[in-house]
Write a protein that binds this ligand. Structure first.
Ligand SMILES: [Zn+2]
Length: 113
């Protein structure tokens, strides 16, 4: 249930951003979610529907942009996008892996007026 906490922070952040930008109603939240976080967009949406009530995000929807897990192997030098967060090189089996993307979790932008 990690999603409850991150969704709560998300709503707080978007309300703060709305204040800063003099937005009264948020319509859209563009959210980047790296697959390595393991966060499920469905769960985030589920909690969001509850947590947004009586905030500036009341009428907002989240637009998810999932970021694939991309790794670089330090042994064979190849890069791969992988589906599961298993840090092994699919080409040579090495575990000398750098994670290039997939850990992201941030609001790219909000829309409103
Ligand atoms: Zn490799």
């Amino acid at each position: 249930m990690h999603e409850f906490g991150v969704t709560k922070s998300l709503v707080e952040l978007c309300n703060k951003e709305a204040d800063k930008n003099k937005i009264k109603k948020v319509y859209k939240i563009h959210l980047k979610v790296g697959k390595f976080t393991g966060f499920s967009p469905d769960s985030i949406e589920f909690y969001f529907e509850h947590l947004k009530i009586n905030t500036k995000c009341d009428t907002a929807e989240i637009v998810f942009e999932e970021i694939p897990i991309r790794i670089k192997c330090n042994d064979c030098g190849k890069q791969h996008n992988i589906e599961e967060p298993i840090l092994l090189c699919p080409a040579c089996g090495s575990n000398e892996i750098d994670l290039l993307s997939g850990r992201e979790f941030y609001v790219a932008s909000i829309e409103g007026e």
